[in-house]
Design a protein around this ligand. Structure first.
Ligand code: HT7
Ligand code: ZN
Length: 859
């Protein structure tokens, strides 16, 4: 299997400027005729090499004349001796019904749809399938009128008509040149929600949302979210939509969340359909943010696209940052920021520490689909956020304007983006740009000394990035570190040399020392406010200092983080067999937190979440899974017991009333459900859980009760789950929540339980949502089951992946992730994980997707 390298980039030898396609839909033999306007680039005599996979080639014509002068492999079509400029007609046949990989054109649940990013277009027709070949498209779809009344493609509809035998056709034209990964078509029988949006400059845009028949009532929130996103992008970045119609289609079979095809977004129905009965507040939030993300791609991704796939973060990091900004504006900055940080700590730091570690702009790739990662997306967004912090809001906007002025209509690189930003600032960004090429998580270590006689405090921040699987030499990075210094009474201090400006320290050397003179007691350094850089921090402070930070720090994120650090320390004491180190004064401090913040539902809700097992792993090495899991569990149990009285008071005093999706109500429900999660560990919690489950008028509180019930009486939990299934058995998206609750349960017979669930009438290995809900949840979040000391959890997942890989390698390669992160665990676990990875590697015909991840992790 070939590795592609970023350094080997070569501009294309030919380009295709216009595409006309004629698609005759058929379940097993769809016929694609493509007419391509091809032009040689530069002075050379190379043959034209087109990409193509899983295609049956019917004919090739050059300038209208049939030719046999070509060579075919299972991934290409080469035509020698072509003119400098010509028309190429290629007819191919494909099999959408048996396309279970869900790349290219596939037919699932009676809907034809496409997924072309990253390299799926080559499964539809022969093409120069690379993002730096931009063409206009005119596409005619032919299909049976009864079965497929809706025929969609990118752009605007320009003609339609009736054909033979009950067929009809529609022609779509997209005037904006685009790379083929943004091509899309859809055929089906849908319910449609329509609306209209008028842009600031007065352009009327028709909005159309296509959903499964009968699901229309769950569509309005997505449509409203789209309008909010359109308005926000105009207000924030001056960016307007550029076609007369914007369509979104929701489908049940989809490998990822959604896809930003020009003018025709295709969504996993999970990120479109939402109402209070079937969707949680978190689902509503995700719908709004994914709708916005895909919409924002219209500029960051579609109008300005990537030169090659190594530049993926150019569009994804930037678009994630933009959707994060939007969500923070629509909801609240604090809970949003905490959400991003949880993703970074739980998943991205783990990726950095694994064999799959890569910079946000990777250097080497075997299978592109493996690089839609938390590093490229979320760390990529953190890098853009740092630029925003360094430049400030105004200059950042100026830099974005300049980026669009320079590159609209082009396929460009991350360096081009940085250059546009550089053009608006005095700050030299050359050192900053290292974030694009260096992988790994930097560790900022804080040390401090107080000289009582001199009344002087010194604080040193040093940075170090440990070597990663892909790079052994690391350099110091350029990072903005939000910094504050307080005393135990809450006074704030400025350093003597004023190196900290507006609470920000630029850390661009291995270490920096700050001096504070005339201070009468030791100060408490408060570091990395708002998670101002994607780094780990080692700032070992005693519990009283952490509680002081919670009380007095200016930055709300620091306040939350201080408690996270305190919980982490407490759990460590439990793991060391010293639970008594968590003294009465610490418990009192925590009680005080609950009492003092009882009215601040947003902050309290977040502060009462104990770090997940996965997050705890990232501040430890060679984790003894069972020991850490038991320690966390025992701490949670004591936490519930010690804080029972104030927690119960909070629970009882939060009245959420009839369901509304408003910021206040969401925070209140969140806080109440987090509290219930603790109380459920106590005997008196059972009744509360049942009461909430039975009286809930919305999915958020229902799920809150079910998740809490996981900690209580097993029989009770089973009963509630059974009643939930009874109510929702015909709703696959809701049933996914039920599958996930089963899969994350702690029980001795978990493997036979999951095996049984695989026989459930709603479960199907062909549907990625079901597979992720049942098998993915088990592998990622069932610590006890997945890491069972006899290795049975690892084997179970591996057996399943061997099967799944035959049909859907992309999803298989995502679910293998926890196995590839074996480095984080104690040797007994490592050995058993590696045995299963070895089984995968020995499998004949293993996909490129799995091969890349497994071989790297065993290298
Ligand atoms: N740009 C989209 C990526 C995507 C994708 C990638 C590989 C395979 C299937 C896929 N579906 C969507 C999604 C996004 O980031 O907006
Ligand atoms: Zn994206």
């Amino acid at each position: 299997i070939k590795t592609k390298r970023r350094a080997d980039y070569m501009p294309p030898a030919f380009t295709i400027s216009d595409v006309k396609m004629d698609v005759v839909l058929h379940p097993t033999a769809a016929r694609i005729t493509s007419y391509l306007t091809v032009k040689r680039l530069g002075n050379h005599h190379e043959k034209l090499i087109l990409d193509g996979e899983k295609l049956v080639l019917n004919s090739v014509k050059i300038d209208g004349k049939i030719t046999q002068d070509y060579e075919q492999t299972d991934s290409s079509l080469s035509i020698p001796n072509v003119p400098n400029s010509f028309q190429l007609e290629v007819i191919t046949t494909i099999d959408p019904e048996n396309n279970k990989a869900l790349e290219g054109l596939y037919l699932s649940s009676g809907v034809y749809c496409t997924q072309c990013e990253a390299e799926g277009f080559r499964r539809i027709t022969y093409f120069l399938d690379r993002p730096d070949v931009l063409a206009t498209y005119e596409v005619t779809l032919h299909g049976n009128k009864n079965k497929y009344p809706t025929l969609l493609a990118n752009g605007n509809p320009i003609a339609r008509g009736e054909g033979d035998n009950g067929s009809h056709w529609v022609t779509w034209q997209d005037p904006h040149p685009k790379p083929c990964y943004l091509f899309a078509m859809v055929a089906g029988d849908f319910d449609v929600l329509t609306d209209e949006y008028t842009t600031t400059s007065g352009r009327k845009v028709a909005l159309e949302l296509y959903v499964d028949k009968g699901k229309k009532a769950r569509g309005p929130f997505a449509l409203e979210s789209l309008k909010r996103a359109m308005k926000w992008d105009e207000d924030t970045y001056g960016l307007e939509y550029d076609l007369d119609i914007y369509m979104i289609v929701a489908v049940d079979f989809f490998n990822m969340g959604a896809m930003e095809n020009k003018g025709l977004n295709i969504f996993n129905s999970k990120f479109v359909l939402a109402d209070q009965n079937s969707a949680t507040d978190e689902d509503f939030f995700n719908v709004e943010s994914v709708i916005a993300h895909e919409y924002f791609h219209n500029w960051t991704g579609n109008r300005v696209t990537c030169r090659d796939w190594f530049q993926l973060s150019l569009k994804e990091g930037l678009t994630v940052f933009r959707d994060q900004q939007f969500s923070a504006d629509m909801t609240s900055p604090l809970s949003n920021r905490i959400k991003h940080v949880r993703v970074m700590r739980e998943h991205q730091f783990a990726e950095d520490a694994s064999a799959m570690s890569h910079p946000i702009r990777p250097d080497e790739v075997m299978e592109m689909n493996n690089f839609y990662t938390v590093t490229v997306y979320d760390k990529g967004a953190e890098v853009i956020r740092m630029l925003h912090t360094l430049l400030g809001k105004k200059k950042f906007r100026k830099g974005m304007d300049e980026y669009f002025r320079r590159h609209d209509g082009q396929a460009v690189t991350c360096d081009d983006f940085v250059a546009a930003m550089q053009s608006v600032t005095e700050l030299d960004l050359s050192h900053f740009a290292l974030w694009y090429s260096q992988s790994g998580t930097p560790l900022i270590t804080v040390s401090h000394q107080y000289d009582e006689t001199a009344k002087r405090m010194s604080v040193t921040l040093s940075q170090h990035t440990p070597k990663t699987a892909d790079q052994s030499v690391k350099r110091p990075l350029f990072m903005p570190v939000a910094f504050d210094c307080i005393d135990s009474k809450g006074n704030h201090y400025q350093d003597d040399e004023q190196r900290v400006k507006n609470n920000m320290l630029l850390l661009n050397e291995p270490s920096v020392t700050l001096q504070f003179s005339d201070v009468t007691s030791a100060l408490i350094p408060v570091v990395l406010g708002n998670f101002s850089a994607p780094a780990k921090v080692k700032n070992p402070l005693p519990s009283e200092d952490l509680l002081a930070i919670f009380r007095f720090a200016r930055d709300a994120f620091n306040r939350w983080d201080a408690l996270q650090q305190l919980y982490d320390w407490c759990i460590e004491q439990y793991a060391l067999g010293k639970p008594e180190a968590v003294t009465a004064s610490i418990w009192d401090g925590l009680k005080e937190v609950v009492e003092r913040e009882a009215q601040n539902h947003e902050l309290l809700g977040e502060c009462l979440v104990i770090p997940s097992f996965e997050t705890l792993c990232q501040s430890r090495s060679l984790v003894d899974v069972e020991q850490l899991r038991q320690a966390r569990r025992a701490f949670c149990q004591d936490f519930a017991q010690e804080l029972a009285t104030p927690l119960l008071t909070v629970y009882k005093n939060i009245h959420t009333g009839d369901y509304e999706y408003t910021l206040e109500a969401v925070n209140a429900r969140r806080c109440r459900n987090v509290v219930l999660n603790h109380l459920a560990r106590l005997p008196q919690g059972q009744e509360l859980v049942c009461k909430q489950f039975n009286s809930s008028d919305n999915m958020t509180d229902t799920m809150g009760a079910l998740k809490a019930a996981q900690h209580g009486d097993k029989e009770q939990f089973e009963k509630l789950l059974a009643s939930f299934e009874q109510q929702w058995r015909e709703e696959p998206l809701v049933l996914d929540k039920w599958f996930a609750l089963h899969a994350t349960q702690e029980r001795d017979d978990i493997l036979s339980h999951i095996t049984l669930l695989r026989e459930h009438p709603q479960f199907s290995i062909g549907n990625p949502n079901r597979v992720r809900a049942l098998i993915g949840s088990f592998a990622f979040y069932n610590t006890a089951g997945f890491h069972a000391i006899d290795g049975s959890g690892y084997k179970f997942v591996t057996d399943y992946l061997l099967m799944l890989d035959k049909t859907n390698p992309q999803v298989a390669a995502r679910i293998v992730t926890p196995l590839t992160q074996w480095q984080n665990y104690a040797p007994v676990y490592q050995e058993k994980m590696k045995v299963q990875l070895g089984r995968l590697l020995n499998e004949k015909g293993l996909s490129r997707d799995l091969f890349e991840k497994v071989s790297k992790s065993l290298a």
